[in-house]
Design a protein around this ligand. Structure first.
Ligand SMILES: C[S@@+](CC[C@H](N)C(=O)[O-])C[C@H]1O[C@@H](n2cnc3c(N)ncnc32)[C@H](O)[C@@H]1O
Length: 436
């Protein structure tokens, strides 16, 4: 088996598990006409064992119609190239044709009630680690948008994996967490010290609970809503922005939210929740291990440190070239690091001191550090986003547009732009200066 065959097989596996659009998967190169019979049979075996028959797919199956379409496209390409399709692939395909149910997970819980059509999608992170989520493909199920993964979650996860110190060793609270891609990705990469997922819809909370359990099964506490994943304490807490009180919110250092800016009627409630979280009393987390990490920042990490230390807005223009690339897999066959690399050389030209202003909202060292929220919003209606920003500014929250990234699930899918905002409470020193 050639290197490129092995590489392609890995790519097919990632794409299959993430239900990457079939029209964007090409088997042509792998089954080139000049390949021998033996090579083709071996490759088919490897490919099918890595996809349809992989342990992950057996345990957490993608949508049955997707599996059928994947096999159909594979069979058709092998035949077009004049090769013989292996017996096992034909058998798998014909067995599936006889199946009526959409996917085994539809049968097992209320999550898949009605016609929501639940299935599993497994996303592969740059590190090779997986996040598996039970999802639906509909935009609205059961009156909620939370049963599928939205573009802004992919983008914010990608951004934070490129700038890990924003969440490293921090206590993070996520609002409107949906199915959990963002938080699970960060937890699996061992970044936060504590992560609290919040949402309000019962079906979303159910699905999120299931997704947390299957990804970080270790050490679930008896309450069923707290887990320990190595050094990270993970919690699942119901939180409705429309009735948030200070007592509801966990002490935190960073608030995250992805694709929560969609309904203007919810803006005041969301602002209220953000204000409470950002103003909540309690020390910002700065545990010894985190300081040790921060102090050992290498020159390449200075870039990340710079981004987290208040230079986020200045990074936006530098990031725009990388932004044009599709992001995180399911989706993206591109490694995350390759997308980040284009901005690193220019940023690392900056001297370290200039990257660490003392009032950094993300720095665990800074005196008087403020909590901050990072909010990612897919731009569907610019006016909507502007009016949300205005709503926050009216409450004296500071809003900085950190950057705009483009996201495309696959070449055949539409291009979305996602804006990332940093939201902080007013800087006390600015307030006192202005009142003098
Ligand atoms: C568009 S989805 C985004 C889900 C997830 N963050 C993502 O990007 O995939 C919006 C999320 O906000 C949640 N949500 C809507 N209204 C809410 C409210 N009043 N309080 C708390 N969460 C709410 C929904 O349940 C849903 O999970």
């Amino acid at each position: 088996m050639s290197e490129s065959d092995l590489f392609n097989t890995k790519q097919f596996k990632q794409k299959f598990l993430a239900m990457y659009p079939i029209e964007d998967i090409s088997f042509k190169e792998s089954f080139a006409a000049e390949k021998s019979y033996v090579e083709c049979q071996e490759l088919q075996k490897l490919l099918i064992e890595g996809t349809v028959l992989s342990d992950i797919a057996k345990r957490y199956p993608p949508k049955a119609s997707y599996v059928k379409a994947f096999l159909k496209s594979l069979i058709s390409e092998i035949e077009v190239q004049g090769h013989e399709v292996s017996e096992s692939i034909y058998t798998l395909y014909t067995n599936l044709l006889g199946e009526e149910k959409e996917s085994p997970c539809c049968l097992e819980s209320t999550f898949c009630g009605g016609n929501s059509g639940g299935f599993y999608r497994t996303y592969t992170l740059e590190s090779g680690k997986h996040v598996t989520l039970r999802e639906t493909s509909n935009l609205v199920v059961d009156g909620t948008t939370g049963l599928r993964t939205w573009q802004a979650s992919h983008v914010l996860l990608e951004f934070l994996l490129e700038n890990p110190s924003i969440v490293q060793c921090k206590r993070v609270v996520e609002l409107g967490a949906g199915l959990g891609l963002l938080g699970l990705g960060l937890i699996i990469e061992h970044l936060p010290a504590a992560y609290t997922f919040t949402d309000h819809h019962p079906a979303v909370m159910d699905a999120l609970h299931h997704n947390i359990c299957i990804n970080i099964a270790q050490c679930q506490h008896q309450d069923g809503k707290t887990w320990e994943y190595e050094d990270c304490i993970v919690r699942l807490v119901p939180l409705d922005w429309q009735s948030t009180t200070a007592a509801d919110v966990a002490a935190c250092d960073v608030v995250l939210a992805a694709d929560v800016v969609f309904d203007p009627r919810l803006f005041p409630a969301l602002r209220h929740t953000l204000s409470i979280l950002l103003d909540a009393p309690g020390d910002l987390q700065s545990t010894p291990p985190c300081d040790a990490v921060a102090e050992s920042i290498s020159s390449s990490n200075v870039v990340k440190s710079g981004l987290m230390n208040g230079n986020l807005s200045s990074a936006s223009s530098l990031q725009s070239s990388s932004s044009m690339q599709p992001s995180l897999s399911p989706p993206s066959p591109l490694p995350l690091s390759s997308q980040a690399s284009s901005l690193q050389p220019s940023l690392s030209m900056q001297p370290q001191q200039s990257l660490s202003p003392p009032t950094s909202p993300f720095s665990s060292h800074s005196v008087g550090a403020r909590r901050a929220a990072l909010l990612a919003a897919t731009v569907r209606n610019e006016d909507n986003i502007n009016s949300f920003v205005k709503c926050l500014e009216d409450a004296s929250l500071e809003v900085v547009e950190v950057e705009v990234r483009c996201y495309r699930e696959a070449p055949s899918r539409p291009l979305h732009s996602v804006k990332i905002f940093r939201i902080t409470p007013p800087d006390p020193s600015t307030l006192s200066r202005s009142s003098e």
